[in-house]
Write a protein that binds this ligand. Structure first.
Ligand code: FAD
Length: 464
């Protein structure tokens, strides 16, 4: 063990290879550059070693090694967050732990953390079953679950964590714990929204829902003031079976969009109705009536088909901000249209997700996600090409977000970037923050798991 906090002990790659069943990738291995790459672009960190564990005992070994050596530890499942890679430390990359045990009769599944949302959804979808994750197939179930999980089934079945029944987690002392409502209930509460602060989850037990009838797909509408405003009203009034994601954005040059719209603001809505075809078509009618659609790709489909295909080798550089609001009023619509039109970024978007339904029926204190009553989640983003433009677009997005913000700093932790301790604090309103800190002190008193949206164990302090 290092004798002071700043001291680290070097890692022996050959010893690691001898000790582990899984893979060890060192800087001179040919796959190193690919293995250190994460989804967000513009991040170029060089870890000392990347370990891809085969099982929970490999995970426990690495957790103990990181603790005893003082090396920084990055924990990674799908690699979509900015914290998925360390500069100079250890990356614990769980992507090869993909075991999935589906209990079709019992409607549950034990899933290892290395599965992506798409892999899990396809596998359980073969039985007409589903657990809700987010909007993107390549996102890891590991990261999204720990932050909450807001996706296509949010209004019908709630957040991903509302379907989490149990988990297995390696804590900072290297122990593998089974957590559920009866075992370590404090830890089970904390990992449902508190992120990767408490240990490394090796596998999750999820509830499965029957989702064997589904209507969904893209609906492109003109981004007029009236369409945006009415879309939000219709989305709130819609039955809970329907969850929508309205991306008001500059249109990408997609082949099915007429050329005159390329680069112009459009509403790219993803419509997701978890129910039968007839009722689904009825629920879509008010949206189709808002204006003649530019493209209407909504149709009966299997639930897994709602996930757009992942783009190969896509690593966007982006400035993003997330917030909750209670309404998108006329001023907010004007702001969105005006900002999108004046942007010089490669692509800009305001993503509007109407919440409510099953998500809102869970009490705020039942899990560490305490935004149950918030009506709308807004994410604004500017994607750009050159990392050196970061400052310019960060300032632009901060202004955009401030213009929409209703006066509180709260946001959804899974969409936070490196935005400082105050924003992490605000992601956990009410007594949630103090409860999380108490659990952190109990299970990770030295803050071994700190490369994340960090909840420090100290009595005081809001960030790293
Ligand atoms: C393109 C895109 C679309 C998205 N869409 C949605 C969406 O629709 N809904 C939504 O809710 N979120 C969405 N997100 C946010 C997403 O949920 C977070 O980025 C999430 O952290 C990604 O999980 P991951 O496993 O892919 O990432 P990783 O970077 O691998 O993990 C994220 C963090 O979680 C922790 N972690 C991961 N696995 C474990 C584990 N097994 N044990 C302990 N800690 C762990 C680590 O702290 C890590 O830093 C989206 C993100 C992107 C980039």
């Amino acid at each position: 063990m290092p004798s002071s906090a700043s001291e680290t002990i070097a890692i022996s790659i050959s010893q690691l290879r001898a000790d582990l069943t899984g893979r060890v990738i060192a800087p001179d291995d040919t796959e190193y550059d690919e293995a250190r790459r994460i989804f967000p672009g513009g991040i170029d960190r060089r870890p000392a070693v990347i370990v891809r564990p085969a099982d929970a005992s490999d995970v426990a070994h690495i957790v103990s090694l990181a603790r005893d050596s003082g090396q920084e530890l990055a924990v990674r499942s799908g690699g979509h967050s900015i914290y998925a890679v360390s500069e100079g430390g250890i990356v614990l990359d769980l992507c090869e732990m993909k075991d999935l045990q589906i209990d079709v009769e019992g409607r549950t599944a034990w899933a290892e953390t290395g599965l992506t949302a798409g892999e899990y959804t396809n596998a359980v979808g073969a039985h007409g079953l589903a657990t809700g994750f987010g909007d993107t197939a390549s996102v890891g179930i590991g990261g999204i679950t720990l932050g909450g999980g807001v996706g296509y089934l949010v209004r019908k079945y709630g957040l991903t964590i509302d379907d989490l029944l149990a988990a297995e987690i390696v804590t900072a002392d290297g122990e593998l714990l089974h957590v559920d409502a009866d075992n370590h209930p404090d830890l089970f509460w904390a990992i449902r929204g508190g992120g990767g602060n408490f240990g490394v989850v090796t596998r999750y037990k999820f509830r499965l829902h029957q989702v064997d009838q589904f209507v969904g797909g893209f609906l492109f509408l003109p981004a007029t003031h009236e369409v945006i405003h009415s879309f939000m009203a219709e989305a709130e009034a819609a039955p809970e079976e329907l969850s929508t994601i309205a991306n008001v954005m500059t249109a990408p040059p997609m082949p099915f969009l007429p050329q005159e719209y390329h680069g112009k603001p459009v509403v790219m809505a993803i419509m997701a109705y978890a129910g039968d075809t007839e009722a689904g078509e009825r629920a879509m009618a008010p949206f189709r009536a808002l204006s003649t659609p530019i493209a209407d790709m909504v149709r009966p489909m299997t639930y897994p088909e709602i996930y757009p295909p992942d783009m190969e080798d896509y690593h966007p550089i982006g400035a993003v901000r997330t917030m909750f609001v209670d309404a998108i009023d006329h001023d907010a619509v004007d702001t969105i249209i005006e900002r999108l039109q004046s942007s010089t970024a490669m692509m800009t978007a305001a993503q509007l997700r109407v919440l409510g339904g099953a998500m809102a029926r869970v009490p705020d204190d039942a899990t560490a996600f305490a935004h149950r009553g918030r009506k709308i989640m807004v994410n604004v983003a500017a994607l750009y090409e050159k990392p050196e433009d970061r400052e310019k677009y960060e300032a632009w997005i901060a202004e955009f977000a401030a213009a929409l913000n209703e006066g509180d700093a709260s946001g959804y932790v899974n969409f936070l970037n490196d935005e400082g301790g105050e924003r992490i604090r605000a992601a956990y309103p009410g007594p949630t923050w103090d409860r999380l800190k108490a659990v952190k002190r109990r299970y990770d008193p030295t803050n071994l798991f700190r490369l994340n949206q960090n909840i420090p164990p100290s009595q005081e302090g809001t960030g790293k």
